[in-house]
Design a protein around this ligand. Structure first.
Ligand SMILES: Cc1cc2nc3c(=O)[nH]c(=O)nc-3n(C[C@H](O)[C@H](O)[C@H](O)COP(=O)(O)O)c2cc1C
Length: 320
């Protein structure tokens, strides 16, 4: 998610689940080819498995960007055909490409030919006044012919006229059954459902119909819900870390990144939800909100927030 799932966020989430596949924010193919590639594609080895999401509509550019992404070590390259923003439509990529199945099939084929890792797609169940059944069938069949095996379907249409990107995440009605029908129709494809899934229990219900679940906002706002993933979905025998253990494991990373000149808030802005629903969640969030953005804020602030969350307030008071 743009502005959200940067490398610091992904490192943090990886401390909660070792197995969930993590995705980057969307990066345009142009940015990969012409931008500050080292910065855009940087990730920590601990983030694996991690997928790079790319946006674009030029087969050559996307093929080259996919190759670079795979060679940079990403485990999967994902093409964004779901983003509805105007800026993205103007560049002719994102959700507007759902109207051009054959072009998307060519894009996927070009990317697959140059990247030695799986190339996957994230799309909507339709756009604007497309009919709900035939258009999506046609789109998925074409893209599958282009070589795509893994589809993440955000279970609502994108309305490209008149709705903001934010509204497009909530206003068009959610239709999980449409995604389930796709799985029933194309059992040979890996179908992953996304959109409005708020808990591990809901995710587990979806998994009785489809092959996978992608969580967006819930995983960001209540990241500890990923803690159940390893044991319950991947049969991991490793003990589930507590929230405090997650935070304690984040501290050495933050220390190292601070030493490289990263500001504290760039990292801690991703963690206020860690204690979501817990007794001292608000106090934890408050320490971060009031102190982490200050010039020169260092590890003390994070440790103070940690102690507040743990119910050990002495160091927090001293830090204030
Ligand atoms: C701040 C924000 C940024 C997003 N950026 C992207 C993006 O870069 N690529 C993408 O495929 N989807 C993006 N999305 C959409 C989410 O991936 C997801 O499809 C959508 O929020 C619905 O799922 P959810 O209800 O689990 O959040 C973004 C969503 C949010 C809230």
């Amino acid at each position: 998610m743009m502005e959200w799932t940067d490398r610091h966020c992904r490192y943090f989430l990886r401390l909660i689940s070792k197995r969930a596949l993590l995705y980057t924010e969307m990066v345009t193919a142009d940015a990969v080819l012409r931008g500050d590639r080292k910065r855009l594609l940087a990730f920590h080895p601990a983030e694996h498995p991690v997928a790079l999401q790319i946006g674009g509509s030029d087969p050559q550019g996307l093929a080259e960007a996919a190759r670079i992404g795979a060679e940079s070590g990403y485990d999967e390259i994902n093409l964004n055909v779901g983003c509805p923003s105007d800026r993205v439509q103007a560049g002719r990529f994102g959700a507007c490409l759902m109207a051009e199945p054959e072009l998307v099939a060519d894009l996927i084929a070009a990317m697959g030919a140059s990247a030695k890792v799986p190339v996957t797609i994230k799309c909507r169940i339709g756009i604007d006044d497309q009919d709900g059944e035939e258009s999506l069938d046609r789109f998925i069949d074409a893209v599958a012919r282009g070589g795509c095996r893994i589809f993440i379907l955000h279970a609502r249409k994108a309305w490209l006229e008149g709705l903001s990107p934010k509204e497009n995440r909530d206003v068009p009605p959610i239709d999980y059954d449409r995604v389930y029908r796709m799985k029933a129709r194309r059992p040979d494809l890996t179908i992953i459902v996304n959109g409005g899934i708020g808990s591990f229990g809901e995710a587990a219900d979806h998994l009785t119909h489809v092959d996978g679940v992608m969580l967006g906002r819930a995983a960001y706002q209540d990241p500890y819900l990923l803690a159940e993933v390893d044991r319950h979905l991947f049969d991991s025998a490793e003990p589930q870390p507590s929230r405090l253990q997650v935070l304690d494991s984040f501290i050495p990373y933050v220390e190292a990144e601070l030493a490289r000149g990263v500001r504290l808030n760039q990292m801690t802005r991703h963690i206020p939800g860690l204690f979501h629903g817990q007794p001292r969640a608000r106090a934890f969030r408050r320490v971060l909100a009031e102190m982490a953005h200050l010039d020169g804020a260092g590890l003390d602030v994070l440790k103070a927030a940690r102690d507040v969350a743990a119910g050990e307030t002495r160091r927090a008071v001293a830090a204030e």
